[in-house]
Design a protein around this ligand. Sequence first.
Ligand code: PRP
Ligand code: URA
Length: 210
Amino acid sequence: MENKVFVMDHPLIQHKLTFLRDKNTGSKEFRALVSEIAMLMCYEATRDLPLQDVEIETPMGKATTKVIAGRKLAFVPILRAGLGMVDGVLALVPAAKVGHIGLYRDHQTLMPVEYYNKLPQDISERDVIVLDPMLATGGSAIDAISIIKRSNPKSIKFMCIIAAPEGIEALTKAHPDVQVYCAAVDQKLNEIGYIVPGLGDAGDRIFGTL
Ligand code: PRP
Ligand code: URA
């Protein structure tokens, strides 16, 4: 399957993204915004979940209506910053399981270093949505998805808030079967691998470790 990159230009998402980018936004508000944006993005990223008919009775009589057709989801945040998106997506899909992949970028090489990996045991029966607010060089997303693929999930989507063109290019090349969802594609990476204009270091802004 060919990758598609979905840029979510819904006004509510774009409005919240502006405040997320603002350097004067403190950690408390930043965390709330990441969570709210993740929830709105999840609404769109689950649009293709299949439905099936069920028979129910309303107070007025019988009705044939729809429920989600037994699809099981797993969310996998990339630590640390992906953790900020978990509450928002679980608000929409509370029955989903949550795995964790711990990766950090080596500041010199910009290469991701793995330090944690715990995925749901039944991940091979699940559709996975990987969460990370930032797609910069793409190295972290590419590695996280390669790690998850070893457990044979049914499908994988990648959801980030801000993407760099370089990251999209690298990720779609490395994993052409993975659909990518983002709220914005920014101009470029700077010389130390940060997204411009971006929002700075997402993990530090979420956890107040600046
Ligand atoms: C950030 C971000 C991504 C990664 C993106 O994490 O949350 O995981 O960088 O960069 P890449 O596309 O070039 O790999 P970071 O390494 O700063 O770790 P942290 O979340 O623990 O702060
Ligand atoms: N990671 C971040 O948190 N921000 C960037 O701009 C790039 C990578």
